[in-house]
Design a binder for this molecule. Sequence first.
Ligand SMILES: Nc1nc2c(ncn2[C@@H]2O[C@H](COP(=O)(O)OP(=O)(O)OP(=O)(O)O)[C@@H](O)[C@H]2O)c(=O)[nH]1
Ligand SMILES: [Mg+2]
Length: 339
Amino acid sequence: MFVDEIEIFVKGGDGGAGCISFRREKYVPYGGPDGGDGGAGGSVWLEADPSLTTLLDYHYKRHYRAERGIHGKGANRHGASGDDLTLRVPVGTVVTDRDSGEMLGDLATPGQRLLAQSGAPGGRGNARFASSTNRAPRRADLGQPGDGRWLRLELKLLADVGVIGFPNAGKSTLVSRVSAARPKIADYPFTTLQPSLGIVRVDVDRSFVIADLPGLIPGAAEGKGLGHQFLRHTERTRLLLHVLDLDPQTGRDPLDDLRVIDEELARYSASLAERPQIIVPNKIDLPEAAARLKTVERFGAAHDLPVVPISAATGQGIAELIRAVATALESTGWVRAAS
Ligand SMILES: Nc1nc2c(ncn2[C@@H]2O[C@H](COP(=O)(O)OP(=O)(O)OP(=O)(O)O)[C@@H](O)[C@H]2O)c(=O)[nH]1
Ligand SMILES: [Mg+2]
């Protein structure tokens, strides 16, 4: 999974000290205690801000502290509380306490706030310690020091486009060709064990996030193979690239593969079965692939399905595919600024 991750230290503001003071008035000897309380320290908040797309700012500055409370004063004047500090993070940031591992929150909706560290209380002034037996208390509390802790911030990107297909079809090869993601590629099934995400640049101001997924096999919806646990990653995509393996050595028929995987999707979720798809026959560089490609293209034409043949290995057809994805995403009302 494509994760932007950073650790920051947050500290609540120190509490202001309480004050020791006695009332002084002309002709009134022994005025009572009138030291005010210290103000509380400010708290540190995190807030989800939809205008941010990365945690980059936090790579440069790691320590954050809220303002301290003001000390109390005489004449029962309490100190002002310190201001809160609000740190803006991108929507989708997950916050955990680094040392305890406790998950503190998932800032999933714009404007959502999370109290990362509360400020320390202020100390009591000596006016608070007056009693019938001690009418002139010479005692006040110091403000408490603000607590601090390390937070781990993780930004989880959601994919716009999911790449599905049988194991070994060339999904990871495709994703590594169109994005900076470097998933493992190898000539055996189930090479990809974890989904990974990459960002695909369409042009200067448009990009989309693509998810490489573990291969699917018949029975995936019931948990066979690895695909099942990752199908949920496709649930929030807007478009699926259905990669078909044209290599005759598979011993399978690409149209059978297409049908079988579509059935698995439908078994898993009805809405997933209706997700728009682009059929991507892969490995057209292989000489034996031509005949198989023909049958796929005929099928696509007959069912009004977009087919964009590629060779993920040589790069043939890749530019056409990116254009087709951008067009398809646009028709779903997708807008994502390039990042
Ligand atoms: N000839 C040829 N081989 C390809 C092409 N694309 C991928 N391959 C090869 O196919 C094999 C599988 O590629 P991967 O990208 O790992 O396949 P995958 O779909 O991600 O596989 P899993 O992660 O196991 O589901 C590798 O040996 C690739 O080199 C292609 O366009 N042409
Ligand atoms: Mg793979």
